[in-house]
Every structure is written in C-alpha cells, then in structure tokens.
Ligand binder design. Structure first.
Ligand SMILES: Nc1ncnc2c1ncn2[C@@H]1O[C@H](COP(=O)(O)OP(=O)(O)OP(=O)(O)O)[C@@H](O)[C@H]1O
Length: 259
C-alpha cells in the first residue's frame, strides 16, 4: 500500500444533540483516496457521526461538540469556517435520492450555480463530466431536460452522486447509499463507489457487511455502551477487522451478522 495521507483527522471528538451526548471520544484518520466504512448497531450514531464530518447536522438541530475534526489540517469546528465551502469540499449522499423537482441538467448544475456564474458552455461541460463520472451519461444524455423525478430509483441515486460530484468535492460522505435499491441498482452504485475512489476520499455508513468487505479499505466499528453513548471500539483495515478483530464486541457484531 502506498503512503497513506489523512484527509480528515478526528481527534478525541464528542458530539451532542443539545445536551444529549451521542458519540464520545472518537479518534480516527480518514485516508485520502481510500474507502472507510463505519459500521455498528442501528441507532448507535453512525449517521450522526458522518454528518458531523461536514457539519450537516447543524441544519437539523442544535449541536455541541468537543475535540477536533481536521480537514487537511484545519479544524472544521473553528468559528471562521465557511460552511457552504466546507459542504462543497465534503459533500454528502443520503439514503434516499433527494433530487429537486427540476430537470436532470438543472439538478446537477444547481450547486455549481450557487458558487458563481459560469458561461453556458462551461456549465454544460461540468454537468456532462459529473454525469459521466456517475456512470450515467449513456443512459441520460438524451434526457437532460426531462424531469429528474421520472428516473428509476437507482438512476436517481446515481444522479444524486453526480450532483454531489459536480461541485468537485474532495471527500464524499455516503449514508446507506444503496438502502432503497434492488440488487442491480446496489451493484451499480457499488461499482461506481469503487471507481470513484481513485479521485475521491469516501466514507460510507452501511449495515451491509458484505458490501463493507467488497468495497472498503478501512472499517471503524461503533458501539453504544450501557449509557447509550457511542464510542469507536475498533478501527483498522477491513481485512483485519473482518478476519481478526481485537475487541470481543467487534467480533460479536461481525460474526453474528456474517456468520
Ligand atoms: N436531529 C436530531 N436531533 C436529536 N437527536 C437525533 C437527531 N438525529 C438523530 N438523533 C438521535 O441520535 C441517535 C443516533 O442516531 P443516528 O441516526 O445517528 O444512528 P445510526 O447509527 O445512523 O442509526 P441507523 O443505523 O438506524 O440509521 C439516536 O438516538 C437518534 O434518535
């Protein structure tokens, strides 16, 4: 493996919704151009943690944090951080497609237009390149001006990825990106994630442990303790976590589910 460069360094990080502590004392590195999976029981705080990596949860609730999340050396929780810029650099894909009721083209162009004006020819090129990167161009090149909501579920989810890619993020956070898809739709997204890794750093939350072993380079196991506060129990290469976990709680979770 070539030298690993941390894109995000999480340092002794705790997260609260108002005063309710959800995640406690997480320290981990998320490496550039690697796929990192976050696994753990339902409700333990995986999505919360994922959204704390680009401060998305602040759109939903009042939050408090302790510790640091450094993105290429800068603590994203510093007061002077520009949140729109941060969320472009660390973009997010949600469990269900959340396209706008507008055309395929306008969905992909949306975030790009928010950043600033581009000549039409430039915008066309950005949209085409993002749709190609999401491996949808052949399917959609003749439907660019049709409503995005007419696409299949799998196409909609890949279009969400195209929309996220259009603003040229460095990191893509993916929360259960295949949850609503059939096996073929899931496999297309998995192939896409696999191919995107050469250009992007990816963090994925999923309950599908087979998917974790197929896709990810590193795995973090989160576990909620008796006080319903979640800690990261173990982090390592996916191979190590799935063949020889050190912690009995990781072992119990993985072997109970994989068999
Ligand atoms: N906006 C919010 N405000 C307050 N509490 C929240 C909010 N979102 C989630 N929570 C709480 O945070 C805890 C962790 O939820 P979260 O969705 O992060 O878990 P999860 O591990 O991703 O779950 P799942 O695997 O079922 O999707 C839960 O107790 C949940 O009720």
């Amino acid at each position: 493996m070539s030298k690993l460069i941390p894109a995000i360094r999480v340092k002794n990080f705790s997260f609260y919704y108002e005063t309710q502590k959800i995640v406690e004392g997480v320290s981990m590195d998320i490496y550039q151009n690697q796929i990192t999976a976050i696994i753990g029981s339902s409700g333990c705080g995986k999505s919360t943690f994922l959204k704390s990596l680009n401060r998305m949860n602040e759109l939903e609730a009042e939050v408090n944090v302790e510790g640091r999340v450094e993105f290429y050396g800068q603590n994203i929780y510093e007061r002077r951080v520009n949140l729109s810029r941060l969320r472009r650099q660390i973009s997010m894909v949600f469990p269900k497609p959340n396209l706008f009721p507008m055309s395929v083209y306008d969905n992909v162009a949306y975030g790009v237009k928010l950043v600033g004006w581009h000549p039409k020819v430039e915008l066309d090129a950005i949209v085409e390149s993002a749709i190609k990167a999401a491996e949808l161009w052949d399917e959609l090149k003749n439907k660019l001006h049709k409503s995005a909501l007419e696409l299949s579920g799998g196409q909609q989810q890949r279009l969400c990825i195209a929309r996220a890619l259009a603003v040229k993020p460095k990191v893509l956070l993916m929360d259960e990106p295949c949850s609503g898809l059939d096996p073929i739709g899931s496999m297309q997204i998995e192939n896409l994630i696999h191919n995107l890794r050469s250009e992007l750093t990816i963090v994925i939350v999923t309950h599908n442990l087979q998917q974790v072993t197929r896709l990810s380079d590193f795995t973090a196991f989160f576990h909620s303790n008796e006080n319903r506060i979640t800690q990261m129990v173990e982090f390592g290469t996916t191979n190590k976590i799935f063949t020889n976990p050190l912690d009995s709680r990781t072992r119990d979770y993985i072997f109970a589910r994989v068999g």
